[in-house]
Unconditional design. Structure first.
Length: 275
């Protein structure tokens, strides 16, 4: 038995192959450890730009003007109080359906302030386009201007006519409630009671009792009732009504006195038309 073991050992040594290592007891593989997230790439950043965000403000010096007026377009564009110098183009369009057309060019100072003056021809939108520079990006803003024309017109305020009135001892008329425009009211008053004596008063008042005193600018008193007359009233109140009272002397006992009375009130006003 001993010789057999030695022979096997000699054979192994002669071939030069190493003897197999003893396997020993089986063990579990080494643990992989906890799973971890990949390392972050760092914060996302916006692509490089010209500088701080460009701000812009813009306004027209007036909201509405008469046609042909000169208006100032002014504003600010940039970031901060310096480094904002750049061209500013001014565009105009009459309606939203029209394209903008460049009408002027000005320059923003280093402070960002800019202004220019234009002639108002028609209503529409004005847009300013700040072109920016190497440190400031472009920006734009707009404002609306209303442009109008005026003309003087004469408007009828109220008219009243009556014929063959029996004004003995007195006849009266009370107009509807009205609101006058600004300025005086022009009256054209016609009265004819024949050869008999007549007289009365005509005015504009808020008083429901139609009272007035001598010299009231909203009234005219007539002691002599003959013929037509034109005059102006300047009522202290714009809301009220016209009131006429008229009386005549009986021609002969038992004979009626007949009067034809008429007055028309007008005012002049400035009519505005937007262009």
């Amino acid at each position: 038995m001993l010789g057999t073991h030695l022979l096997v050992a000699a054979t192994v040594l002669a071939t030069g192959a190493p003897a197999p290592a003893p396997r020993g007891p089986l063990t579990a593989p080494a643990p992989l450890g906890p799973l971890t997230a990949p390392a972050p790439r760092g914060p996302l950043t916006a692509p490089a730009s010209r500088g701080p965000l460009t701000e812009i403000s813009f306004a027209i010096s007036q909201d509405q003007v008469t046609q042909g007026s000169r208006v100032v377009l002014a504003g600010y564009a940039g970031a901060g109080d310096s480094g904002n110098a750049a061209p500013v183009d001014v565009y105009f369009r009459k309606t939203e359906n029209d394209p903008y057309v460049r009408i002027a060019r000005t320059t923003a100072a280093s402070s960002g302030r800019f202004s220019t003056t234009v002639t108002a021809v028609a209503s529409g939108d004005y847009e300013v386009l700040y072109r920016g520079n190497q440190r400031r990006g472009p920006a734009s803003a707009s404002d609306y201007l209303a442009v109008y024309t005026t003309r003087t017109v004469t408007r009828l305020v109220y008219a009243w006519t009556a014929t063959r009135l029996q004004c003995h001892p007195v006849c009266r008329t009370h107009g509807p409630e009205l609101t006058l425009g600004t300025g005086p009211v022009h009256l054209s008053f016609q009265r004819d009671c024949g050869p008999t004596r007549s007289g009365g008063s005509l005015g504009f008042t808020r008083d429901p009792w139609n009272k007035h005193e001598t010299g009231d600018p909203g009234w005219r008193d007539f002691k002599d009732g003959a013929g037509p007359v034109e005059f102006d009233l300047a009522p202290p109140e714009r809301n009220g009504h016209f009131y006429l009272t008229w009386s005549s002397v009986q021609r002969e006992r038992g004979q009626a006195t007949l009067c034809d009375l008429k007055f028309t009130a007008t005012q002049t006003a400035n009519e505005i038309t937007y262009v």
